[in-house]
Every structure is written in structure tokens, then in C-alpha cells.
Design a protein around this ligand. Structure first.
Ligand code: G6P
Length: 556
């Protein structure tokens, strides 16, 4: 395959790494983001999977200590591409991100996120970014790339890096990372880490099955929106078409002599979270001393939170589970909306007699908690808890949520907490953008949060960060402790006192078959609107049913 022309630098600090994965798995809780993990590692050699091959060093002993700084040569052969699959790039769009099938073997789910597609998407993003940042060539733009624990992560990381570096932009690979950390890299000022990055990509399909993967994109203005994604996919499709001809291939690739760096950014991100809790606790070194908090990362990317956030703050984390990254998700789906996942963390809290349980989704942009009695802080209860915390800090502020929140939650926010509940559309980007819009027209809002566990605070750059939500909860625990209150998570349970729970809450998610004859080849939107109208008529004809009077769902 074609080389990323020019120099490829490596800047790695590795301490106490283990060659064997069985060692790695034990080590993970302490060194889960040691840069060793950032290296594609294959039989003692660092392998540049499928794009190019490079031998960095052959390790002869399982346990090693080393520091490498310096150039690494990338020997790559030009690729021969005989034919390309016919990929409908626009079908890869999933609202404000990209998702597809990256691993073969599941019946009825053909792979549409190949390495070449990923490379094309990298090139599409690079072109979009160059235009957005009005790059004049005086400075090379930098793009940071991270991934969750999925088995297709590394090959997609290498492929998308190729697309970006081929367009002449520098690439910084973070390896295993969280989605919010990737955004953070666009606002961090730290030359040693090559930050701020001009753009950032998280390789993730969140809670979807193991064979899927995808991309979320950021600049310092936040996550990209639907229109941006559409444009990137359009550019990617064009790049992909060019790959079909040798001339096109030459033109498409190898425009620049970009560098690819690997850094351990997650440690920096985690230590920022630690600092935030310490600061809120009056600069106490170990404000969580004496608390027993268990974490369930569901084998996603959130395992760092136990060893790199909670333990430095003094918390005991024994009984934490599924912290090791495993892209087959053998224990449960990493998803705070999933009943089995919530049961797993609840059982861990009760079994370990812990004060609190914390659970993340695969890429850590969503979270939920469990109190010491095993009561869940997810869905309406998580929103109630966060509203309580935010309204104490910003009395009267508007809380923007998705559409499926309960009437009990509205009563709680408005009557008990004295805030305003703005129930908007579903979709994390929708609620965040709505909160930003409200602020821009003079309605103060400090929190945008969905029942899914996506929650963004104004104070945190409107970033939906599951770890930061938990930091706000930890601050509450720490400040209660500092003011002499004991009782584990009781302070949190008290904050949601009075929230009326719905007697029954059922969520139905329909799998849509775009090729179903009912759609008659027409757009799904028309069909969806007809279904909604049908439901509306049904509700109108039943005196026991009431439709929510204000509903933005379905609005463009
Ligand atoms: O897959 P993720 O990026 O974690 O997001 C998952 C969530 O995204 C959106 O916000 C939807 O409204 C939710 O219904 C969904 O569960």
C-alpha cells in the first residue's frame, strides 16, 4: 500500500509494560493507558497493520522498561487495488456521527466500513478541516485520533490515519481513549502533547454490537453536526472513487509529508478530572478517602476511571468489574440504558457493600450511578440528580432534556428545585444545541441531558462527558464529607427525594428496514410521519391517553 510519505516519528514513553496480554490484563487497572497499549503489537514487533510495516524493536523478554524517542522508518509498498466494493457513503451517517459494519461474520450484516472506506473518510475529514480552518499552508493542521476497545479499532485507526496523513495533516494517535477526551484534546494547550489538535476523531460505535464501528468528530467548537458529517461523507465518496484508478490513487494519496505521533493523552485527561474534584473540595488531596466506589466499564474504554481518577482521590475501588478492554464485550453491553448492565453494577454495589457504583458506556460519553441501597441514578433519576446539583449552583436555570422524560421530572425540576424544564427532541446533539441556542437568546441554561445518560454542562464546554457527570456527583460526596456529613451516598439519594417515578415506563425501539415494501421506495421520513399521525389518532380516540402538549419530536 502507498506510504504515508515522508517522516513518521514516534514519541513514546513506556514504563513497565508487559508483552503478554495475560500480563497486560492484570496490569490494566494501573497502566491501562500506558502508551504500550497504544502500539499495535504483534509477536514482539510493532506492526503497522495493513497500511505499512515497520519494525521498531524486537522485545525478547516479556517484561520490559524502555523509552523510545526518535524517528521510525515506515517502509510501505504501493497498494494494488483491483476493485472496490460499491459503498453508499451517505448510508454510513448516523445523525451527527458515522457508523457501519467493520467486522465480517454476522449474517445479513455485510462489511461497509472497510479500511479503504475509513481511509476515504479520513481524507474527507482532512479536506473538510482544511477548509473550515482556512488553512493557508503556513502551519500544518493536527488531528488527534483515539478509539474504544472494539476489535476493529486498530485497523480503522491506521486506515483513517493514512487518509489524514495522506492529505498532509499531522496525526496524533492516543490509542485507547474516551470520546470526551478526544474533544478535550482540541482545547488543551500543551505543546508536548501536540495540543491543541485542530480536529479530533473518536473511533467508536458506542454500545452497538462488536461487529460495528464508527467515527465521532470534533473541533474546538464541539462535536460536528449532521450537515458536516454529510459533507465529509460526500468528500469521502469522491476520494474513494479516485482510489479505483492508479492515477487517481496517486493524486488522492501522498499529498503531504505528514507525521504520526503516539502519545498517552488519557493520563493527562484523567489527571484533569482528579484536579477538578480536588479543587471543588478545597484543594484536599484525597477528598474521597473512606468512600468505597465500584466502577463497571463493561470492557469498554472507561476502566481508567477506577485507577486513574478514584484511587488518586483516596477512594477504595475493590469490586470494580469489567475494567479490561475487550471488544467482544463478554460480560454485558456497556450501556447505562441497558437493564442487564444496570443489574450488573447494582449487584456489584450491594455485594461489595459499596457507597456508590458508577457505570459507563463503551466510549465514556454516557454514564449512570447506583446508590449504596442499589437504587439507580439513571434515566429520569440521573437527570433529577444532576438538575439538583446544577440548580444549587445556578438557581432558576433551564434544564434541557430529551422528549421521553417523565412528567414527574418536570414537576421535580420546576416545583421542588425552582428551575425550568425544557423538554426537547431526542438526540444528544439536539439537546446540547438547544441549550446553546437558549443561552444565545437570553434564556440561561447550564445543563443539557438525555435519559440515555448523555449529559453536557455549560461549565464543561457543552461536552457530553460521562466521566465529568460523575465528577460532579463525586464533588457532592466530597463536600458532604468535608462538612461533616457521613452516610455514603445518602446525600445523593436525598437530592432526588420527592421525584415521582412513572408507574410504568416502556421504551420501544423499532428496527427500520429501509427496503421494506411498506416504504414503497419513498423516503423514510414520510413513512415515519404517517406512523406518528396514526399513533396520534389512536391517542385521541382513547380518553385514558393524553399526548404531551409540547412536543418537538419530528421537527426538522
Ligand atoms: O451511541 P451513543 O453515542 O452513546 O448515543 C446513544 C444515544 O444517542 C442519542 O442521544 C439517542 O437519543 C439515544 O437514544 C441513544 O441511546
Amino acid at each position: 500500500m502507498a506510504a504515508i510519505s515522508g517522516k513518521v516519528f514516534q514519541n513514546i514513553n513506556v514504563s513497565q509494560c508487559y508483552q503478554q496480554s495475560r500480563h497486560f490484563s492484570n496490569q490494566y487497572r494501573r497502566d491501562c493507558f500506558a502508551p504500550f497499549n497504544l502500539l499495535p503489537f504483534d509477536g514482539g514487533k510493532v506492526a503497522w497493520t495493513s497500511i505499512s510495516s515497520m519494525q521498531l524493536r524486537t522485545f525478547s523478554t516479556p517484561q520490559i522498561n524502555f523509552i523510545i524517542r526518535g524517528p521510525v522508518h515506515c517502509n510501505a509498498a504501493p497498494s494494488t487495488i483491483s476493485s472496490l466494493d460499491n459503498i453508499d457513503f451517505q448510508k454510513l451517517q448516523n445523525g451527527s456521527d458515522i457508523r457501519g459494519v467493520a467486522v465480517a461474520g454476522v449474517e445479513g450484516e455485510p462489511v461497509n466500513l472497510t479500511e479503504l472506506v475509513a481511509e476515504a473518510i479520513g481524507a474527507g475529514f482532512a479536506a473538510w478541516l482544511l477548509e473550515k480552518k482556512k488553512a493557508d499552508g503556513s502551519r500544518r493542521l493536527k488531528v488527534s485520533i483515539g478509539h474504544d476497545s472494539r476489535i476493529s479499532a486498530k485497523k480503522l485507526q491506521d486506515a483513517i490515519s493514512q487518509g489524514i496523513a495522506g492529505a498532509g495533516l499531522d496525526v496524533i494517535q492516543y490509542g485507547l481513549a474516551s470520546t470526551p477526551a478526544m474533544f478535550n484534546s482540541t482545547i488543551t494547550e500543551d505543546e508536548a502533547l501536540f495540543c491543541p489538535a485542530d480536529g479530533s476523531i473518536m473511533i467508536t460505535a458506542s454500545h452497538l454490537p462488536f461487529n460495528r464501528n464508527g467515527f465521532k468528530f470534533f473541533t474546538n467548537a464541539g462535536g460536528l453536526g449532521k450537515a458536516d458529517i454529510k459533507e465529509i461523507l460526500g468528500r469521502a465518496a469522491e476520494f474513494y472513487r479516485n482510489l479505483n484508478s492508479t492515477d487517481g490513487l496517486k493524486n488522492s494519496r501522498g499529498k503531504g509529508s505528514a507525521s504520526i505521533e503516539q502519545v498517552d493523552y488519557m493520563s493527562v485527561y484523567a489527571s484533569d478530572l482528579v484536579k477538578a474534584v480536588r479543587k471543588a473540595a478545597g484543594n484536599k488531596e484525597k477528598p474521597l478517602e473512606g468512600f468505597h466506589i465500584v466502577v463497571d466499564a463493561g470492557n469498554g474504554a472507561g476502566g481508567f476511571f477506577a485507577a486513574k481518577v478514584l484511587e488518586p482521590l483516596g477512594a477504595i475501588t475493590s469490586g470494580s468489574q469489567f475494567l479490561e478492554p475487550d471488544g467482544l464485550f463478554p460480560n454485558h453491553i456497556p450501556n447505562p440504558e441497558d437493564k442487564t448492565a444496570m443489574r450488573a453494577i447494582t449487584e456489584a454495589v450491594l455485594h461489595n457493600k459499596a457507597d456508590l457504583g458508577i457505570i459507563f458506556d463503551t466510549d465514556v460519553d454516557r454514564s449512570a450511578a447506583v446508590d449504596s441501597n442499589g437504587r439507580e441514578f439513571n434515566r429520569n433519576r440521573l437527570i433529577a440528580l444532576m438538575s439538583s446539583i446544577v440548580l444549587e449552583e445556578h438557581p432558576g436555570t433551564t434544564i434541557v432534556t430529551d422528549s421521553v422524560t417523565s412528567d414527574g421530572l418536570t414537576l421535580f425540576i420546576e416545583k421542588k428545585l425552582g428551575g425550568k424544564h425544557h423538554r426537547f427532541k431526542r438526540g444528544y446533539k439536539n439537546v446540547i444545541d438547544e441549550a446553546i441556542r437558549l443561552n444565545s437568546i437570553g434564556e440561561e441554561s447550564h445543563l443539557a441531558i438525555e435519559t440515555s445518560g448523555h449529559g453536557a454542562l455549560k461549565e464543561n464546554h457543552w461536552l457530553d462527558d460521562g466521566a465529568y457527570l460523575m465528577v460532579k456527583i463525586l464533588n457532592k460526596l466530597a463536600s458532604a464529607r468535608a462538612s461533616g456529613l457521613g452516610g455514603g451516598s445518602q446525600v445523593l439519594t436525598d437530592l432526588v427525594e420527592g421525584l415521582q417515578e412513572p408507574a410504568v415506563a416502556v421504551e420501544l425501539r423499532l428496527k427500520i428496514n429501509q427496503n421494506h415494501p411498506d416504504l414503497q421506495g419513498g423516503p423514510f421520513r414520510d413513512y415515519g410521519e404517517a406512523v406518528l399521525k396514526h399513533v396520534e389518532n389512536l391517542v385521541a380516540s382513547d380518553p385514558k391517553l393524553v399526548k404531551a402538549p409540547v412536543n418537538y419530536e419530528g421537527d426538522k
